[in-house]
Write a protein that binds this ligand. Structure first.
Ligand code: UFG
Length: 329
């Protein structure tokens, strides 16, 4: 679709859940993904479409070596700590990896004269808002350490663009979910905190009942509403952004979601419908940092990138995730 023949792209954090799907998309479109990853949370077995260079983004020499060895034209930066709860109790780690690591990456890019970056950001940079669907113009007031570190990096990108002419695309992901249609790569976090893998595990009768965090939110059924976007669609958004930078767009900041809000209970019902298995759950207290509703206004991504989520029906998300985990119906 949009990658020039054998264009080399450095995918930082490419051994992770979203990164591995991005690598597959690059490969399928004729490009050459090179993964730079310290494998702290990513998996060697998820690197299937190009070389792996093991290294840490805070290690300037390792980054310089990657740039000099592979000479990529663009960087896709997905390496970060993502578990919101961990950030609250270990901010040192989050600022070190997410902020200092990103600064180190940007500086290595400057030294090696690479001027285009696509950055994985999050709707968590907006904080708790009532203005839904969420537009990019919404003030960014992140409430979690995780969201704050991502916001910090967004500001770094803006400053580097202004001062040094860096071209960037910031993609604010909503809830990444699902798995590749071939069933080879998918969500493998440890510990797993996300709703869909936890619910599927409970449906498969592994590890007991699921905890449903809060049923008295101000939403139609009392449970939290989120915008679940299939990881294959997210991967496509990276390729489209890369193409936009290549066409000369200097800076781009967009939401990547579906625009559709789904509650936890709706999701559990769909799991029963798709897999034939009930999800056993217990109502648990609200999880700290959760907001009632988050879903995207996707018009900017549609307009500027021509982006449209094609794989993100909630049934397809559940089917592909279930298939990846190989739970039997
Ligand atoms: N939930 C449960 N039980 C679980 C897991 C989750 O009830 O075992 C609920 C949560 O309370 C929330 C919803 O399911 O209401 C979705 O939770 P996830 O953990 O799957 O996703 P979040 O919306 O909390 O987090 C996602 C990304 C983060 C990002 C955030 C932005 O995973 O990286 O969106 O809001 F920061």
């Amino acid at each position: 679709m949009v990658v020039t023949k054998k264009e080399t792209i450095l995918v930082v954090g490419g051994a992770g859940y979203i990164g591995s799907h991005v690598c597959k998309a690059i490969h399928e479109n004729g490009g050459r993904p090179i993964v730079f990853d310290n494998l702290s949370t990513g998996h060697r077995h998820a690197v299937r479409w190009g070389d792996l260079m093991e290294g840490d983004i805070r290690d300037a020499d390792a980054l310089d070596k990657a740039f000099q060895t592979y000479k990529p034209t663009v960087v896709i930066h997905l390496a970060s700590c993502i578990e919101v709860g961990e950030g609250e109790v270990n901010p040192e780690k989050f600022y070190d990896v997410n902020v200092i690591g990103s600064l180190s990456l940007l500086n290595s890019m400057r030294r090696n004269k690479i001027n285009q970056i696509i950055f994985s950001s999050t709707c968590a940079t907006y904080g708790d808002t009532q203005n839904l669907p969420l537009r990019e113009t919404e003030p960014q007031v992140p409430v979690s350490v995780y969201g704050q570190t991502k916001h910090f990096v967004e500001n770094l990108l803006r400053s580097y663009a202004k001062a040094y002419g860096l071209q960037y695309a910031i993609l604010r992901y909503f809830n990444a979910s699902g798995a590749d249609a071939d069933g080879n790569i998918g969500e493998e976090h440890n510990p797993e905190t996300h709703l869909i893998p936890n619910a599927l595990k409970a449906a498969a009768k592994i590890g007991g009942t699921m905890k449903l965090f809060g049923d008295d939110y101000d939403t139609p059924d009392g449970t939290c509403v989120r915008d679940y976007i299939h990881v294959t669609d997210l991967a496509d958004a990276h390729l489209l952004s890369k193409e936009a930078l290549k066409k000369g767009i200097e800076t781009l900041e967009v939401n990547v979601g579906t625009g559709i809000g789904i509650s936890v209970l709706e999701l559990l019902n769909t799991i029963k419908y798709v897999t034939g298995h009930e999800v056993p759950y217990d109502i648990a207290p609200k999880r700290s940092g959760d907001v009632a509703k988050l879903y995207a206004d996707v018009s900017k991504a549609e307009e500027i990138l021509g982006f449209k989520a094609k794989h993100s029906s909630i049934e397809n998300i559940i089917r592909t995730a279930w298939n990846f985990h190989q739970y039997k119906s």
